[in-house]
Design a protein around this ligand. Structure first.
Ligand SMILES: *Cc1c(COP(=O)(O)O)cnc(C)c1O
Length: 224
């Protein structure tokens, strides 16, 4: 684990580089609550976690005004535990998951904010809607079905490669899709404003391509 001073310094240098209007999710997965507290003391309020049980363990140990973003693959049988605990579920990757979130949110009497995850990376292991699936989803969407879901935007990861051309192309594909949904497929969704793309190694490219939320872990907390 890196020192508090280092976390402060890292956060400061990341913040200095991120343009105005771009939000920062400090990805704290696998980091102890202590490290999150250090970043909190440096003013960071939004953190990203990728495992439900890990998140549920951390929440009571940390200040209540933290905005927790869930960014990992979410199993449908864990949705019930997560509902009401997150500011944003960024990684909604299937229709089935969406249905379960709708169901659990309805039962809990709350509306859940989500991003739909887009699969553009050239890796089988990544989750998400293919761009064509996402377009069909919005073409076929009926408002009445998702009464307890607030569609806030899209999330994506680029191909894990040093080839900048490939990474840029992935981000550009998602940014195009984001604009198409916003302006043509679902102009009625007033809160559809967030494009979450970019991690420690590729976030400047993501921002150049139009991301307005970046998810940065190791550049703040050190290697996991
Ligand atoms: C781990 C993770 C990140 C952060 O990755 P770093 O390379 O540590 O910045 C961002 N997004 C998702 C979805 C992740 O799982």
């Amino acid at each position: 684990m890196v020192s508090k001073e280092e976390i402060f310094r890292n956060l400061e240098s990341v913040r200095a580089l991120i343009p105005e209007g771009v939000g920062l999710v400090a990805v704290s997965k696998f980091q102890p609550a202590e490290a999150i507290r250090d970043a909190y003391e440096a003013g960071q309020r939004t953190f990203g976690e990728s495992r439900v049980l890990e998140l549920l363990e951390k929440i009571p140990q940390l200040p209540a005004d933290i905005n927790w973003h869930f960014i990992g693959h979410l199993q449908t049988n864990k949705v019930k535990m997560l509902i009401g605990k997150t500011a944003l579920i960024e990684s909604v990757d299937s229709n089935r998951l969406l249905d379960v979130i709708q169901d659990c949110s309805t039962k809990a009497g709350i509306k859940t904010d989500i991003l739909l995850q887009v699969h553009v990376a050239r890796e089988e292991t990544k989750f998400g809607f293919l761009p064509e699936e996402l377009k069909s989803f919005f073409r076929e969407r009926t408002d009445r079905k998702y009464t307890h879901i607030n569609f806030r935007g899209l999330m994506a990861m680029a191909t894990n490669t040093d080839d900048e051309t490939v990474v840029r192309k992935d981000f550009a594909t998602v940014a195009d899709l984001f604009r198409e949904v916003k302006t043509q497929l679902a102009p009625d969704l007033a809160d559809f404003q967030t494009l979450s793309m970019g991690m420690s190694g590729d976030w400047p490219i993501a921002v150049e391509e139009g991301a307005n939320l970046v998810r940065i872990g190791s550049a703040i907390f050190g290697e996991r």
